[in-house]
Design a binder for this molecule. Structure first.
Ligand code: MG
Ligand code: MG
Length: 261
């Protein structure tokens, strides 16, 4: 069943995803070579709780942390650990919140120190494919329009999209209908209607699309060991206009610009 949200519910979902956006920016401030991923996780948990919310992922299906932190060939669902980030790594940070009975869920992939040009390009194209997916998320279109837009941009740039993991509706539960694949055909899948709130989250691999689950029971990794990028935003479908973005990367971009100057 696909939920249609009221304006009040969309506002609560916006507050959640605003908090996720700000939490990711807090994490951005301390990402650097030598920092352990569990330190990023601690900072995020502290920030979320300081703002009166709960971590959305902690305990979800038994997940042991606030953030999913996925480095290099880990696509998603990496468990924060003592691993210290290295110069040239990329790190997907996926964050969830629970506030006022609703969930937030968004992700951003950061470069650590000096990242090689081909890997920087993977990040840029994946982020662009998310924005193109959002542009396709119009009332009256179908879920397949989103996947088609994402897949086309990724594949035209020589990359592949993961099939096993998909975007999703978000609301009173972290994962609701519909599934939002990052591949597919226009005109296929459930129709998008005003008031639907979905997370669009391309996972784009530099090499082949094939993935496997790590022996820790969580981390999803590329079979060929090549890097994978992941960006995610929650959006609300609007009648006759572009989807309303409940997540913003503006806070992250401000932090990254400041650190680069
Ligand atoms: Mg997520
Ligand atoms: Mg998600």
């Amino acid at each position: 069943m696909i939920n249609i949200r009221t304006e009040e519910e969309i506002e609560l979902l916006r507050q959640n995803n605003e908090l996720v956006s700000k939490t990711l920016a807090e994490v951005a401030k301390i990402i650097r070579p030598g920092i352990a991923t569990k330190v990023l996780d601690r900072r995020a948990e502290e920030y979320i709780r300081d703002h009166g919310a709960k971590p959305g992922f902690l305990g979800y299906n038994g997940f042991p942390a606030t953030l999913c932190i996925s480095v290099n060939d880990t696509v998603v669902h990496g468990i924060p650990s003592g691993y210290e980030l290295r110069d040239g790594d990329i790190v997907s940070v996926d964050c969830g919140t629970y506030l006022h009975g609703y969930y937030g869920d968004s992700a951003f992939t950061f470069g650590v120190g000096e990242v090689s040009e081909p890997v920087q390009r993977l990040l840029k194209v994946t982020r662009e494919s998310l924005e193109l997916g959002i542009e396709a998320a119009l009332s009256g279109a179908r879920v397949g329009h989103i996947g088609h837009a994402v897949q086309q941009h990724a594949e035209r740039n020589g990359y592949s999209v993961v099939r096993e993991l998909v975007g999703h509706g978000v609301g009173r539960n972290m994962h609701e209908d519909p599934e939002v694949p990052n591949y597919g055909l226009r005109g296929v899948g459930p129709k998008l209607r005003a008031g639907m709130v979905i997370c669009i989250e391309p996972m784009v691999n530099m090499g082949s699309k094939n993935v496997y689950q790590d022996s820790d029971g969580w981390a999803i990794r590329t079979k060929d060991g090549k890097p994978s990028a992941h960006f995610e935003k929650a959006v609300a479908i609007r009648e006759g206009q572009a989807a309303l973005q409940l997540t913003t990367f503006d806070y992250i971009d401000e932090v990254l610009q400041r650190l680069n100057n």
